[in-house]
Design a protein around this ligand. Structure first.
Ligand code: 6PG
Length: 241
């Protein structure tokens, strides 16, 4: 399992990723990362705020989001708010380095605006914006970012961002599209917890309904795809993978 790193627990998973992220970003003059919402990133942000509170890296790391709920930035559902509470309020970072998706605005208009913000800040490769790193979570239904199994077309959209709809709640989301995610220099999934063991195994082992899951279609053209997972989530992986 060359590109799968298995750690003891969520904190070990998040902290090892955090060390890798800062080490990688510290080699650059400017580093563009797209963040994810979810439980493991929350642990990651707490770790970064503690261990790298005064890191110089925050001067040239630019934060984007891979997806955002269409809610105000102070809403409990907001991915930005979670990042703000667990990281941004605890570090010093130039405000121009923080590229928030404006969940409070009209979704269709914000998808266009955010796409332009990504376009104007990133360099390009094969006609698409090039993120240095994108972190992703994995939903139990196989979604990633806000690309859900009933909206697989978002994987191949020609747009940078699209409006998605959560299939359960009907909540609108803004998400990076699959082509932009797959254009990144590196994509790293953060997956922890017993509840993810089945979906992770289906995707990694390419078994059952794996092709029906959006996360199974994340294959960076750069080839740099890594999974940072904990033992609980990895329990059903076949060792020969
Ligand atoms: C979001 C995330 C979403 C998340 C998965 C996994 O906006 O919620 O972008 O894709 O990563 O749902 O979330 P957990 O790690 O909390 O299970």
């Amino acid at each position: 399992m060359r590109n799968i790193k298995i750690f003891e627990n969520p904190v070990e998973t998040a902290s090892n990723f955090g060390d890798y992220f800062i080490k990688t970003a510290s080699k650059r003059e400017r580093f563009h990362i797209a963040l994810s919402g979810g439980s493991t990133p929350r642990i990651l942000f707490d770790y970064l705020a503690g261990t790298y509170k005064t890191s110089e890296a925050w001067k040239y790391i630019h934060l984007f989001w891979g997806d955002e709920r269409c809610v105000p930035p102070d809403d409990d559902e907001s991915n930005f708010r979670m990042t703000e509470e667990h990281l941004l309020k605890k570090i010093t970072m130039p405000s121009e380095n923080i590229h928030r998706i404006k969940g409070e605005d009209n979704p269709n208009k914000e998808a266009v605006r955010y796409g332009e913000e990504v376009r104007s800040n990133l360099s390009y490769k094969t006609g698409l914006p090039l993120f240095d790193l994108i972190i992703l979570g994995l939903g139990e239904d196989g979604h990633t970012a806000s690309i859900f199994p009933n909206q697989m077309g978002l994987l191949n959209s020609q747009d940078i961002c699209q409006v998605a709809v959560h299939p359960g709640s009907g909540q609108k989301r803004i998400t990076l599209t699959g082509n932009v995610i797959n254009n990144a220099a590196e994509v790293i999934f953060l997956v922890t917890g017993d509840s993810k063991k089945e979906i992770l195994a289906e995707i990694i082992n390419k078994s059952e309904k794996w092709k029906t899951y959006p996360a199974a279609h994340i294959h960076p053209v750069s080839g740099n795809l890594k999974w940072y997972v904990d033992k609980a989530a990895a329990r059903l992986l076949q060792t020969k993978v």
